[in-house]
Ligand binder design. Structure first.
Ligand SMILES: Cc1ncc(COP(=O)(O)O)c(C=O)c1O
Length: 485
């Protein structure tokens, strides 16, 4: 067979030589099924039970996972946290007519899309932004209470925690504030980046430990399983399990990859016995990386959890994901995009994310100490050619003027756009109501959102990111035009 005609196959044959500081952080020790092609099987093997109906081996695996991850109930996902967010949102619409949710500004697009699809109204909770580390800061409990006072008819508060940068919200304090306001309001945590938190006290508490009602996790990100696999966990005090199962049955594929499910099962088993040890080893490796960087790089690349600025966010967070190394390049003229590209092209090192002023490294289970040293050597050699500066202009908060609520509900904006929508040059869209959403990917947090007015900050930020080599996800990724009302 001529494989050069199969681009994905060809690409996968060549990814072996890279040092990967990125997802999926696959746990090498998990029990593996030897031959994927021989052992792939479907629901026709009915004696195994049904994933969609939560029966047989699937029901059993879900039950074991709930116990290990501190939940009353768990379901596995083969469509990442993206799919889980759709299921959770559907569950809300089965429970409430016209539900309304409060969300943090760093929410992933899957929550906003699910909300739009299902007609769930969302309002933002006030959030701050750290331009140096290009990071939205989780809200304080007081900010959540303010939002609840403004929107007392809220059915659920959704936090995205930990953030992509690794900042964990004060979930248990926020749960107290919400339940004190109204015990029936659910606290849902998009914990895509926190599936490893549960196993050690060296990391912030997991959402389940902190008393949240529901947590959705991308176990493939830092929890050890194969890409695409994740989990939904919940406590039954304020969640109707029948409705969650109903939403799951509506959404879940009838042909899941049993290998993805097996990987979740295997990781659960491994973590139950060795979770603490294996995750604390990740933290040691990340500390070693930060230590070497601190010693070798002059002027220092600033490290988020090491910087003086970290004190400024302390009141907003319950802790930091120490397996992450978020570096700010404030002392250099170059961007994170440039350094990320040099690392991959010249040194075969892939980072989790590059930004205008940052590079984010994820310490994965597969990285060795010699990979860490190789990366530091690469960064030291790159830093010799960088231009030092004391006056780098940081791009201000791109979300600054975004309103808490839309001018027109986003799903209505999309619909009326069919008749009164028009395409205009992006620079002329400031002050107009957007009829589409535009984001930088990663992280996948919408910068322009349908139904909201486009602001000058939005446009400046997107244009700068585009110019510097960032990836724009939009109808027109060239950013020449935008769809507005
Ligand atoms: C906060 C957050 N939620 C959800 C997702 C989507 O997760 P998945 O890729 O598992 O679908 C991401 C992806 O990066 C994310 O950052």
């Amino acid at each position: 067979m001529n494989h050069s005609d199969a681009p994905i196959v060809e690409a996968l044959k060549n990814v072996g030589g890279y040092v990967k500081w990125c997802t999926p952080s696959i746990l090498p020790e998990q029990e593996k099924i030897a031959n994927v092609y021989k052992t792939d099987i479907s629901v026709s093997a009915h004696f195994l039970g049904s994933y969609v109906d939560n029966t047989g081996i699937f029901g059993e695996a879900h039950k074991k996972a709930a116990k290990v991850y501190g939940a009353d109930k768990t379901l596995f996902s083969v469509n990442g946290t993206t799919g889980s967010n759709f299921i959770v949102m559907r569950m809300l619409t089965l429970e409430h007519d016209n539900p309304q949710i409060l969300v943090t500004r760093n929410i992933h697009h899957s929550i906003l899309h699910a909300a739009e699809w299902l007609g769930v109204k969302f309002r933002f909770i006030k959030s701050f932004y750290d331009p140096q580390f290009e990071s939205l800061i989780p809200p304080k409990p007081e900010d959540v209470l303010d939002a609840l006072n403004n929107y007392p008819e809220t059915d659920a508060v959704i936090l995205s925690s930990p953030t992509y940068s690794g900042l964990s919200a004060r979930v248990s304090d926020i749960v107290k504030v919400v339940k004190n306001f109204d015990p029936n309001i659910k606290v849902i945590v998009d914990e895509a980046w926190g599936s490893h938190f549960h196993f050690t006290q060296e990391l912030p508490p997991s959402a389940m430990q902190a008393g949240a009602d529901i947590s959705v996790q991308s176990t493939h990100k830092q929890g050890g399983s194969l890409q695409q696999s994740g989990m939904i966990h919940w406590k039954e005090d304020h969640v109707n399990s029948d409705l969650m199962y109903e939403a799951f049955r509506e959404y879940a594929t009838t042909s899941p990859s049993y290998h993805l499910l097996a990987s979740l099962d295997a990781v659960r088993e491994y973590m139950e016995k060795n979770g603490r040890e294996v995750i604390e080893e990740l933290i040691r490796k990340a500390d070693y990386f930060k230590d070497l960087l601190g010693k070798k790089l002059i002027p220092p690349m600033k490290i988020m959890d090491d910087s003086l600025e970290f004190d400024l966010v302390k009141d907003y967070i319950s802790g930091y994901d120490r397996t992450k190394t978020n570096i700010a390049l404030t002392k250099y003229k170059e961007t994170g995009f440039q350094i990320g590209n040099t690392l991959s092209q010249n040194h075969k090192i892939i980072v989790e994310k590059s930004g205008l002023n940052t590079i984010l490294f994820l310490t994965t289970y597969r990285l060795s100490y010699s990979d860490v040293e190789r990366t530091v050597r690469a960064l030291v050699s790159i830093s010799k050619n960088l231009t030092k500066t004391d006056k780098k202009q940081l791009i201000p908060n791109p979300f600054k003027h975004l309103e808490i609520k839309p001018v027109i509900e986003p799903h209505t904006a999309r619909r009326v756009a069919q008749t009164i929508g028009r395409i205009v040059p992006l620079e002329e869209s400031v002050g107009k109501i957007a009829a589409e959403h535009v984001e930088v990917y990663p992280p996948g947090i919408p910068v322009i959102l349908e139904g909201f007015r486009v602001t000058q900050n939005n446009v400046d930020y997107l244009m700068t990111v585009k110019k510097m080599g960032g990836h724009i996800s939009a109808r027109d990724p060239s950013l020449k035009t935008i769809y507005v009302l």
